[in-house]
Design a protein around this ligand. Structure first.
Ligand SMILES: Cc1cc2nc3c(=O)[nH]c(=O)nc-3n(C[C@H](O)[C@H](O)[C@H](O)COP(=O)(O)O)c2cc1C
Length: 176
C-alpha cells in the first residue's frame, strides 16, 4: 500500500483541474458500511469563506446523490494515469445495479475527517464536508446551457465541500 502523506489542499490543484477534463475524477460518498462511487468531470477546487473548498455538481438522478444528502460529506479522489477505463466505467454504470468498487478492484480506506471513504488506488484525496448546497436555478441560466445540458431537467445540485483533509501518495506527482 502506498504511503499517504498530508499535503496542502492547493498542492495538486493544477493537476486536479487538468484531470477533470481528461477523463475525470472519482467522487465517493457514504460510510464504512455502504458507499458509492461515480465519475465527475465538473468541479471547482478553490477557496471560499477563507477556507479551502471543492465544489461538485451532482444530478439528483445519480445514485450517489442520496449518499451525499444523507452523510453531508464526500471525497474527491484523483486517479492515476492508468485508471482511465475505471473512470469510464464508474461514469457509465450505476451503483444501483453494480458494486463498482468490487467489480473494479478498488480498495476503500476510511475517511480521516468525514464518514465518506477514499479510494486507496488514487493518488490524491480531498475529504469534504458539505458547508452549503444549492440547486441550479433554471431561470438564471443562459438558454443554450439549458437546452444543451438540461433538456430533461435533472438540475445539478451544487455541493460546496469544505476540504477538511487532503493527502496524497508520496510520489503522486509521477502518477498524475
Ligand atoms: C467523464 C464523466 C464525467 C461526469 N461528470 C459528472 C458530473 O460532474 N456530475 C454528474 O452528476 N454526473 C457526471 N457524470 C455521470 C455519472 O458519473 C454517471 O451517471 C454515473 O453512472 C452515476 O453513478 P451512480 O448512479 O452510481 O451515482 C460523468 C460521467 C463521465 C463519464
Amino acid at each position: 500500500m502506498n504511503k499517504k502523506v498530508d499535503v496542502s489542499p492547493i498542492r495538486y490543484f493544477n493537476d486536479t483541474i487538468r484531470l477533470l477534463g481528461e477523463g475525470g475524477l472519482l467522487l465517493v460518498s457514504g460510510n464504512e458500511k455502504k458507499a458509492n462511487v461515480m465519475t465527475i468531470g465538473w468541479g471547482l477546487p478553490g477557496r471560499l469563506w477563507a477556507k479551502p473548498f471543492f465544489l461538485v455538481a451532482v444530478r439528483p438522478s445519480r445514485y450517489t446523490f442520496q449518499f451525499i444528502e444523507d452523510t453531508g460529506s464526500f471525497t474527491v479522489n484523483v486517479p492515476t494515469g492508468d485508471m482511465k477505463e475505471i473512470l469510464n466505467y464508474c461514469g457509465t454504470v450505476s451503483g444501483r445495479e453494480h458494486d463498482k468498487f468490487k467489480e473494479k478492484g478498488l480498495t476503500l480506506l476510511p475517511g480521516r475527517k468525514v464518514s465518506s471513504p477514499v479510494i486507496a488506488e488514487c493518488a490524491v484525496h480531498y475529504e469534504c464536508k458539505v458547508a452549503f448546497k444549492t440547486k441550479v436555478v433554471p431561470v438564471s441560466l443562459p438558454s443554450e446551457v439549458l437546452s444543451t445540458f438540461y433538456p430533461r431537467g435533472d438540475y445539478h445540485t451544487l455541493y460546496f465541500g469544505e476540504v477538511l483533509a487532503c493527502y496524497a501518495d508520496e510520489d503522486a506527482e509521477n502518477k498524475l
